[in-house]
Write a protein that binds this ligand. Sequence first.
Ligand code: ADP
Ligand code: MG
Length: 252
Amino acid sequence: MSEVVIELKNVLVRRDGKIVLKNVNLKVYKNQIYAICGPNGGGKTTLLRTIVGITNYEGEVKIFGEPPREAIKKGVFSYLPQRSPMDYTFPATVYEVVMMGRIKKMGLLKIPRKADKEEVLESLKLVNMLEFKHKPFSALSGGQQQRVLIARALASKAKILLLDEPITGLDIQAQLAFYDLLKDLKEKTDITIVIVTHDIGVVPTFVDAVACLNKELFYHGAPSSELNMELLKKVYGTDIGVLVHGHHHGDT
Ligand SMILES: Nc1ncnc2c1ncn2[C@@H]1O[C@H](COP(=O)(O)OP(=O)(O)O)[C@@H](O)[C@H]1O
Ligand SMILES: [Mg+2]
């Protein structure tokens, strides 16, 4: 097995005095795609926030062997939070949005150099959005915007990409294209990806591990092998029949 990138041991998180995560143990290895599914309110977003060090927790969280608050200073994370309506009207071109991923790498004057420009174009190429570079970001479809935001993450040279429900709201075509993109990134880069979805019907087989989260982690390992109905019922309760048919109960 390759290097451990993310490790959680006995993690517990409280919000407003209420326990929202407990007994969470997980390991994510380099270049893996790790999917976290589970019902609304199950703690998926909280888990991502814990990994990137913006939530208080008890227990141990290690990112490349260090606490998140150390790792974050080195720019290892690129965290795409759940979609907000603001994303759609962002007043910049595709090229400019991706260049924002280079800001931390630039000098004091924040003037892009040749290396920055090359990195932006290279990242746009990786997500198949090069031909859109002069388009306004706001003019793109949701799926295309998602790709551009991933290009921005790649340009920043983040080592861990965390995606919170990235396919929610995309049409089926765009969802499939998005999964193709993830598969492509896994092959062409050494980035490690944690993807959150509350729709378990669509976790594809190239994902290396699936964890179902409802306050506790009910399972983790390779998809399809043991991801059976019995277990899913345990995690989702009575919602399961609806969920496997791809319907959502509204988003958090
Ligand atoms: N800012 C907050 N303050 C208090 N409680 C919160 C906050 N954010 C989330 N919670 C609670 O934490 C639990 C997990 O929420 P969340 O991590 O958003 O779940 P998910 O992303 O799986 O829908 C829920 O019970 C939710 O009400
Ligand atoms: Mg959430």
